[in-house]
Design a protein around this ligand. Structure first.
Ligand code: ADP
Ligand code: MG
Length: 403
């Protein structure tokens, strides 16, 4: 994989795919609630601009809906707020084009000087971006390619997507991997090739169905797997426990049983919480109660791991030499149910070894606790992408950059 140091960029129009998919305030203001991904994207944009490139950033935001560009652009979300924040953080103006391959993009790019930075509108406003039809994607990629002389893939969070800006476009232009992608791949290699032991994996988050693939593969690599978050209730159900109104994916109970059996067979220690913080409803002000993990009362939902489990998980992390953590232990967005996630985050800061945090929400949790990001080995910007890498899949965006 070529890095940006290996390509000529001075005076060139460089299309950079970044991961700027930041969370927005859902209560109406549309403000950015966590700008971590924008901050993470700054170094490559800055480096290219400093080297005299005309930096044209592309990115997606949220899940636009609609038949065509016009409908999607009307529905949003627009990257305009991101352009403003990017300009603030870069300390230089960022020209914003209100389309991708239309008149605004063309004139914005034509108006750039060496060292300038521009951002194109949400790439997913073009339905072809995510089309399953190869020729539709290639057509969009060809139009995008007209805007640039070179391509830099720095959006690790999307490298697992076979999309026009991720997979088809780099094949049409001289290309290189951005520093974020290079760094992520290096870390993921340390998690998969001869990791230092004990190797402990902590998994949480909402959906067990998202994580079954990765658990399967990690059982062949890790010494210990700790499970919390919403996904734990399908495991508890697999053990025959009642889970009240907790998140449950009933059609995955059998897969969880299979994981439990596989772990036992392979000698991997699978650790489940022994106590759970439950509440009668999903709300920030719902009254929390601690119950045993095998005694969740009817009409109650588990929203965090309990205090004994916090200690248990911390003790299982204490001697680790390699840790991969993906997915919060509870609904950390509600302070009353954040202690489990905080305990795992704090335990990671004390580990004497490589600690990797993967997943957008997990990374946001670490930041929301005010923990020093430098006390973690690596905070990944790409949740799904790192999971698919750890599942052992080939990632289209990496394949395209490798060529
Ligand atoms: P990541 O983005 O780090 O990969 P996920 O997207 O898989 O993590 O899951 C994050 C979400 O899981 C958070 O919004 C959190 O509120 C939710 N979650 C964690 N525990 C529970 C639970 N017990 N019940 C419901 N949701 C939960
Ligand atoms: Mg998430």
């Amino acid at each position: 994989m070529r890095s940006i140091d290996d390509i000529e960029v001075s005076g060139q129009r460089v299309l950079v795919l970044s991961d700027l998919n930041v969370p927005l305030d859902k209560s109406g203001s549309g403000a950015i609630t966590d700008d971590g991904r924008i901050r993470a994207s700054l170094p490559v944009i800055r480096k290219l601009a400093d080297r005299g490139a005309r930096v044209i950033v592309m990115a997606h935001l949220g899940r636009p809906k609609g038949e065509d560009f016009a409908e999607r652009a009307a529905g949003g979300p627009s990257l305009q707020v991101v352009a403003e924040r990017l300009a603030e953080l870069l300390g230089q103006p960022v020209a914003f084009a209100s389309d991708l391959v239309g008149p605004s993009a063309t004139s914005t790019v034509a108006g750039m000087a060496d060292g300038d930075v521009a951002l194109l509108e949400n790439v997913r406003f073009e339905p072809a971006e995510t089309s399953k039809d190869d020729s539709e994607r290639v057509r969009l990629a060809q139009d995008l390619a007209k805007l640039g002389d070179a391509y830099v893939g720095d959006g690790f969070g999307v490298v697992h997507r076979k999309q026009a800006s991720v997979y088809d476009l780099p094949q049409l232009l001289p290309h290189a991997a951005g520093d974020l992608v290079v760094a992520e791949v290096a870390v993921l290699q340390r998690l998969t090739v001869d990791p230092a032991r004990p190797y402990v994996v902590v998994l949480g988050g909402s959906k067990v169905s998202d994580k079954l693939g990765v658990i399967g593969n990690l059982l062949g690599l890790a010494d210990r797997v700790l499970i919390g978050g919403g996904m734990v209730f399908t495991f508890l159900a697999a053990l025959g426990h009642e889970v009240g109104t907790s998140l449950l994916e009933a059609d995955h109970i059998d897969s969880c049983k299979a994981v439990l059996a596989q772990a036992a067979e392979r000698g991997v220690e699978l650790v489940l919480p022994t106590d759970i913080v439950v509440a009668p409803r999903f709300a920030a002000d719902a009254p929390p109660t601690v119950v045993a993990a095998d005694a969740i009362p009817e009409g109650h939902m588990g929203l965090d791991i309990g205090p004994a489990s916090r200690e248990l998980f911390a003790s299982k992390l204490a001697d680790a030499k390699t840790v991969f953590w993906n997915g919060p232990m509870g609904v950390f967005e509600f302070p009353a149910f954040a202690a489990g996630t905080r305990a795992v985050a704090e335990a990671l800061t004390k580990v004497d070894g490589l600690t990797v945090v993967g997943g957008g929400d997990s990374a946001a949790a670490v930041r929301s606790f005010g923990l020093d990001e430098s006390s973690f080995g690596h905070i990944s910007t790409g949740g799904g992408a790192s999971l698919e890498y750890l599942e052992g899949k080939t990632l289209p965006g990496l394949t395209a950059l490798d060529a």
